[in-house]
Ligand binder design. Sequence first.
Ligand SMILES: [Cu+2]
Length: 147
Amino acid sequence: MRSHRHRAIALTGALALAALLAGCSGGDGNGGGATPTSDTLGPRPSSPAKLTIVSPHNGATIANGAELEVRLAKAKIVNLTTRNVKPSEGHIHVLVDDRLVAMNYQLSGKLPKLDPGTHVVKVEFVAADHLPFDPRVLTQAAFVVKP
Ligand SMILES: [Cu+2]
């Protein structure tokens, strides 16, 4: 008699977790075992931070690879991943056309190479655990890349 091989399919929250972490690829690279799961999140803190996109201006026409410049007030950038979040500490997520292009610990950097035409850059100040504040500290600008 042969015993039946049993295929155990462990459907954990892996998918949800993957979606959560997709916003933060390229983290510090050593926090792999300590990622937050949905049941540890709880309510999100609010932040006093004020975020402004200095450049490109909304409606601006820019050259490819132009500089993105952001101003942050009432909070500071910390190069740190922790679940012990403080309302006035965090870092910047940059999304172009809703795709995460950078996690910045500074307030300027080059935009990625883009096709000519209209694009939208969104900049968000997130907590040190890479997750948004509530309400979100998010600002955006539409711009046109020259051919
Ligand atoms: Cu992040």
